[in-house]
Design a protein around this ligand. Structure first.
Ligand SMILES: [Zn+2]
Length: 55
């Protein structure tokens, strides 16, 4: 068996090559009433998004 000096496939377990998990962008939009904070200027829970900050 003739082993190559440079493997065609990099080591899958190399921690330096691990790509951090990229969170998928949720298919929602930032609330236009509270600006994404979930609360209104009065400190009340935004009624448009129910405090979630997005619709
Ligand atoms: Zn809102």
């Amino acid at each position: 068996m003739n082993r190559e000096k440079t493997p065609a496939v990099p080591f899958p377990d190399d921690p330096g090559e691990q790509v951090p998990f990229v969170a998928l962008t949720p298919q929602r939009w930032r609330c236009c009433s509270c600006g994404g904070g979930g609360v209104t200027g009065d400190g009340e829970t935004c009624s448009s998004c129910d405090g979630l900050g997005f619709c």
